[in-house]
Design a protein around this ligand. Structure first.
Ligand code: GCO
Ligand code: MG
Length: 421
């Protein structure tokens, strides 16, 4: 095929090195764990050559699927090897860019193109990124329970399974804290009896840490996710109260609306601060690193535009002395996990990797996906991401509306005011 033969309104701008063309781009939506996941598949005119990428904005997945309708005509007919040109094309043609919908769609395309590049080269993507600087990524998993004793038991189980790092959350009166069940009863005096009381949280959290350290000693690294519920001064109070228990990091002390005040918190905090999963623009994530507002950058790969964007952030983090801790819970598909781990093993700035133990249904849908073994995530050595999608299995787990809405709608203070969940 020559340039002139490309039958598209968005022709190939230069003669590609090899005659390979994109023929299709589509979304696959599936919910093997009940959490809607969006995967983008990019096809080419070469038999058996296609790629997958993660485009999961689980709460608003239908919007991403619709956005991809705008992406498809931009890339069909193009050479899949021009990854940066194709992603810049998607960004610039839309004029208004960034945001969780557009960036997730972009990420699906971006990761799928890296998958195709790896398959063409016969190499895992991590080798295209420059090769390993470490054998595998150490991970953390989540422990939660109704109270400190139950959370401690959960930590014990995870340690027995090989985890060296565990995030601890525990329940509280009223709505409970993020990640842990509501418990112990409600506030009889309150306008909203099932409310969440920040003062109680600020007392309960250092007690939780004290309990876990007392029971389990120093042989485990402990993490904690505030989930954006504090003001700057409350964040400082919390981090100071946790200092004796040596947390590995404290996550999301402030909501993104107040990130301009993160510097203050970090200056006053005696423990490392991790922020970034709510960054929905590359620019915002880069600012967290450039302005030294975080010790660990926790961007969600697909929300900053994909693995290419995150790779630039990892380089920036390396330059600025910041560590990475890519966000990767159950609302990231196994392609996002593979992409995060490819960055983890190739970046000197790696700090820790959030892990998620997927269920059997997810393994059926995504053959080849990588799992945590003894606390480690090790990249797949097959070309590309080395993961397939079994579309028949995927269809058995249709996506409904995200359950997140129903949960977040309940997170209110005792006076009834809605809180960032
Ligand atoms: C974390 C998280 C998540 C988010 C979830 C929202 O793993 O650190 O904060 O579990 O709540 O991704 O959909
Ligand atoms: Mg979090």
């Amino acid at each position: 095929m020559t340039l002139a033969e490309t039958d598209t309104a968005f022709p190939q701008p230069w003669l590609p090195r090899e005659d390979v063309r994109i023929t299709d781009l589509r979304a696959i939506v599936t919910a093997p764990e009940g959490i809607p996941l969006v995967v983008v598949r990019v096809d080419t005119d070469q038999p058996g050559l296609y790629g997958y990428g993660c485009a999961t904005f689980t709460q608003r997945w239908k919007a991403v699927v619709a956005f991809l309708e705008h992406v498809r005509p931009l890339v069909v007919g193009r050479y899949p090897g021009d990854i940066d040109d194709l992603t810049r094309l998607v960004r610039f043609t839309g004029y208004w860019r960034e945001g969780p919908v557009g960036n997730n769609a972009l990420s699906g395309l971006d990761m799928a193109l890296w998958d195709i590049a790896g398959k063409r080269a016969g190499m895992p993507v991590y080798e295209l990124f420059g090769g390993r600087v470490r054998a595998a990524a150490d991970t953390y998993l989540h422990a939660e329970g109704a109270d400190a004793a139950a959370t401690t038991d959960h930590v014990r189980k995870l340690m027995a399974a090989g985890q060296r790092h565990v995030r601890i959350q525990s329940g509280q009166q009223g709505a409970g804290h993020y990640g842990a069940p509501p418990l112990v009863g409600e506030f009889a005096w309150a306008k909203h009896a099932a409310g969440w009381r920040v003062e109680d949280y600020l007392v309960a959290t250092p007690r939780l840490f004290a309990h876990v350290r007392e029971e389990l000693g120093d042989g485990v690294e402990l993490l904690h996710d505030v989930h954006s519920r504090l003001s700057p001064s409350q964040a400082i109070t919390l981090t100071r109260s946790l200092e004796p228990y040596r947390p590995f990091f404290v996550e999301d002390v402030l909501a993104p609306e107040h990130w301009h005040r993160l510097g203050e918190v970090r200056q006053a905090s005696p423990v490392p601060i991790a922020v970034g999963e709510l960054a929905t623009s590359f620019t915002d994530a880069a600012r967290l690193v450039r302005e030294h507002q975080v010790d660990y950058l926790r961007a969600h790969l697909s929300d900053v535009g994909g693995v290419s964007a995150a790779r630039r952030l990892a380089v920036l983090a390396d330059i600025e002395g910041v560590r990475t801790a890519w966000h990767s819970p159950g609302d990231a598909s196994p392609f996002a996990v593979a992409a995060a781990v490819a960055l983890d093993v190739t970046s000197p700035a790696f700090g820790i990797q959030e892990g998620h133990v997927y269920n059997e249904a997810a393994h059926e849908v995504f053959p080849g996906m990588i799992d945590i073994v003894d606390g480690w995530l090790t990249p797949n050595d097959a070309p590309g991401w080395g993961i397939e999608v079994d579309e028949k299995a995927a269809a058995r787990f249709p996506a409904g509306l995200s359950g997140h809405d129903a949960w977040a709608a309940k997170v209110r203070a005792p006076d009834g005011a809605l809180i960032a969940p």
